[in-house]
Design a binder for this molecule. Sequence first.
Ligand SMILES: [Zn+2]
Length: 135
Amino acid sequence: MSSSNSGWSSSVTESGANSSGPQCYCGVTTYMKTSYTEHNFGRRFYSCPNYKIKRTCGFFAWVDPPMCDYGKRVLKRMRDMQKRLNFDMNEVQILKEEVEKHKEEVQKHRVHEKKYKEEVEKHRKQVKEYKLLWQ
Ligand SMILES: [Zn+2]
């Protein structure tokens, strides 16, 4: 038992993804998951895998100790910051698309401008010719 315990704790120090834990009461190997609830954000746990099919045996065990109030506050602030950052990133994405659209518009206008310039050039030549005629 103690050897499997040390196996646990070494996997706990890692990211926790796909780390297998104890067996639940159904006899199924549990896998480490991370809680994303307000009060236990980022806290890892093992729970009965049959939870998904609603036939859970009720097995549940936290991996990490509960976080102190200060830690929760810090984490909440970080989450708020991340949300804002995500929001800003979305804004940036929208603006990028805007810029891309405007680029197309500008490109179109450039084509127009070129045609217009050619038109103007033609007229200038005509005017020159007329002037020559009048001289
Ligand atoms: Zn179970």
